[in-house]
Design a binder for this molecule. Structure first.
Ligand SMILES: NC(=O)c1ccc[n+]([C@@H]2O[C@H](COP(=O)([O-])OP(=O)(O)OC[C@H]3O[C@@H](n4cnc5c(N)ncnc54)[C@H](O)[C@@H]3O)[C@@H](O)[C@H]2O)c1
Ligand SMILES: [Zn+2]
Length: 352
């Protein structure tokens, strides 16, 4: 079992990683207060015996699986069930599931009685390497993702890679999208992926990367909890990625991979990313995109899709599109382009 400490101005949290984290930490975390669980319908069915073992006496809210349920109505239903279960200020919420459960469960913990203790137990690759760490919680509203939320740090995150054994390949690919993002920011992760592009769907290899990814994210969040500076680096590939996700309806991870591919090409073309390094990064992204299932999207409508990038939360009022992009091994920078130049650059990038 490995331990990473994450100290931010608002909280000192612990992240435990390993196949033994549940049996080692969970009983102690459950003792001494009323507990509450948020999970989703897939995880609840797949892990029925696990819930029976650890949470047989605990109130469990089972959210219907899917991003479309990360909304206000579900949040209200969770809060009502928490109140009905008589939770107090000292109670503790356990979010057991992927990023959807982590985001909405974390937000419910942040809101209930102005904040109760929260433990994240991420069960997807994406949530293990990314969303369970760092305290961003949210629901979607009016078709805009994560527009209502709070920064609220969990007191502990228990990362057990054995949950990944039941994860469908599509979800593995989503997590690989975020892992490749770290390769653009961290030299060690870059080298590991560059030398192992044939192992991107190998669970044993991916498991080895989880700790490095979490350590990277924890370092960034410790420096900049509220995303005013360094934390923006974690958005590499995400400006164009979110536009693709919204327009084409692809999965988040696959969209981020396409976003990384296009934005890295833009960065090379604009001279802000070293060419040789950028091309090596593009080779890693291409290997990840080739994983099955492959949506094989045709980007002939990239002009219409790019309109969605105008909605990005990072944009300021000057009308420019702001992207966090790879610069050189282990380094990133911001690339800001007027919208018309951004569109023109994308048209060129999808052609090569
Ligand atoms: N808070 C953050 O910092 C942050 C960062 C990145 C993404 N996110 C959010 O995370 C969400 C995406 O997370 P996700 O990719 O985990 O999606 P998800 O929570 O929808 O999980 C994906 C699917 O896998 C299923 N599942 C979960 N664990 C499983 C397991 N062990 N075995 C089999 N199936 C399992 C789920 O039921 C679901 O169908 C988005 O809402 C996104 O906005 C948040
Ligand atoms: Zn992401």
């Amino acid at each position: 079992m490995e331990l990473i400490n994450l100290k931010t101005p608002s909280m000192e949290g612990k992240i435990y990683i390993g196949a033994d984290v549940i049996q080692t930490r969970l009983p102690a975390l459950m003792k001494g207060q009323t507990n509450f669980v948020v999970t989703d319908s897939n995880v609840y069915v797949l892990y029925a015996a696990w819930f029976e073992k650890y949470f047989s006496d605990t109130e469990i809210f089972v959210l219907e699986a899917g991003e479309e349920n990360k909304n206000f109505a579900s949040l209200q239903a969770i809060l009502e069930k928490m109140a009905g279960a008589g939770l107090r200020r000292t109670s503790r919420l356990f979010a057991v599931g992927g990023g959807v459960v982590g985001d909405i469960g974390g937000l419910a913990a942040a809101l209930y009685m102005r904040g109760i203790s929260c433990v994240q137990i991420p069960t997807t690759l994406l949530s293990q390497v990314d969303s369970s760490v760092g305290g961003k919680t949210a629901v979607d509203l009016g078709g805009v993702k994560n527009i209502v939320g709070a920064f609220y740090q969990p007191c502990e995150v228990l990362v057990d890679p054995t949950f990944l054994q039941t994860l469908p390949q599509r979800e593995i690919k989503c997590g690989v999208g975020e892992i490749v993002k770290y390769a653009a920011l961290n030299a060690e992760i870059f080298d590991l992926l560059k030398e192992n592009t044939d192992k991107l769907s190998d669970l044993a290899f991916l498991t080895k990367l989880i700790t490095a990814c979490i350590q990277h994210k924890a370092n960034v969040v410790a420096m900049d909890e509220k995303e005013t500076g360094e934390r923006r680096s974690l958005n590499v590939g995400h400006t164009t990625g979110h536009a693709i996700e919204l327009f084409y309806g692809l999965s988040h991870g696959e969209s981020v991979l396409y976003g990384m591919s296009l934005e890295t090409k833009l960065a090379i073309e604009s001279g802000v990313c070293e060419k040789e390094y950028g091309e090596n990064l593009l080779a890693i992204v291409a290997a990840a995109l080739a994983l099955e299932p492959n949506a094989k999207t045709d980007f002939s409508s990239i002009v219409q899709a790019s309109e969605k990038a105008r909605l990005d939360k990072k944009n300021t009022d000057d009308g420019e599109i702001k992207m966090s992009v790879a610069k050189s091994k282990g380094a990133w920078t911001t690339l800001s382009l007027p919208f018309a130049n951004y569109q023109a650059a994308l048209i060129k990038a999808v052609k090569n």
